[in-house]
Ligand binder design. Sequence first.
Ligand code: ATP
Length: 456
Amino acid sequence: MANIEMDKIVAHCKNVGFIFPGSDIYGGLANTWDYGPLGVELKNNIKKVWWQKFVQERENSYGVDCAILMNPRVWEASGHVASFSDPLMDCKECKARFRADNLISNYSKGEVNPDLMTKEEMSSYVQEHHVPCPVCGKSNFTPIRQFNLLFKTQRGVTSDNALDIYLRPETAQGEYVNFLNVQRSMRAKVPFGIGQIGKAFRNEITPGNFTFRQIEFEQMEYQFFCHAGDDEKYYEEFKNASKEFFISLGIPAEKLKFHDHDKLAFYAKAACDVYYQFPFGWDEVNGIHNRTNYDLTKHQEYSGKNMEYLDPVTNEKFIPNVIENSYGLDRAILAVICNAYDVETLPDGEVREIMHLSPKIAPFKVAILPLIKRDLSEKAHELFRELAKEFRVTYDETGTIGKRYRRQDQIGTPLCVTVDFDTLEDNTVTVRDRDTMEQVRMPISELKSYIEKIIK
Ligand code: ATP
């Protein structure tokens, strides 16, 4: 596979309809992106794979869809109001703004770990090593300031009686505050899990690397509630599950690695991220944390509600431990796109752009292509209507058949079905495989099960 630059991937995503810059005609808004017609299909398919693995296929597993706006006490209990912040430095020369920890780890090429440094130590490191500004190359930074990432808004009619509330910076707290509601309504026994997919908001003001760092993004989070004695076992199980998930999206194992946290929050027992090898370097796509019973204990303290669980077998009363599984949906999509996009030179010297998307998550499963528009489009439309009841299908009758194949390769459609004159006689079609470009002839009656097999 060619070494593809990010710029090329960003341009491709815009050209073919995966991802557009947010508010494009107004010049954009930094770190916001819109998913286009193909992007939304890919996104929905990835959500479905995640939901199936974590919510559907696990026993004692439940889904929720919680409010984005929560009582502000939630964010006091979780610690976000007091300390959800980034250490920022501004370049005094060109006014660009950076996270001090990122400046240090990029400058030292990963040799120095800023997670182990205090704010003062980071400041001295930048000064002593004359770390250059990545934009203008000079080394003249302001001192570090902590910048809170919470987006604040107000609820209330007039400004004098307004209440400050926050757009949630993570979905996890919705699962924690509903621990008892889910446990009681579903008569769930510990251990059990609660999953949620939804938007989160962070006031990220440093450069984004396309959709990697946005101010509005989606998370897929799974909180697993277990007895304190079982937490280490489940932590290992969910670490493995995270790699399995990315591999099931078509990402090769060698492009994934675990990155254990060197510095843990005081309450945490273990924490690890999964890193993917993006064109801009290895970076985080998901996190797995053994958070002990800290979150539920904090909510008990701040809400005054008893968060204990009574084990019906042992009669033991306890606040469960939580294994948190936090997946960034947009980062999973970006990893899938970066992995799938390629520019190939074929044996005859022709160059084709292709997305080797796993058929399971490809936006369109099949393209229906009538060889000639005039005589064959009626039959082709009929086939489209039949298959569209089962699969996401696209239709294209413009240009030569070769050009139409290339357009489908570009967007990762696994199969092209060509309707020709023989189809009118014997109800057979030609099915072309995106990756091998091999073609097989088959009766229309067998198409559905053939496509299903390819998707599985
Ligand atoms: P980073 O260190 O890159 O800022 P984080 O450690 O703060 O990320 P978490 O708070 O653990 O991230 O969030 C869980 C997941 O949510 C991350 O693994 C990532 O996939 C996703 N995520 C976090 N922040 C963003 C963002 N600004 N844009 C897109 N996805 C994000």
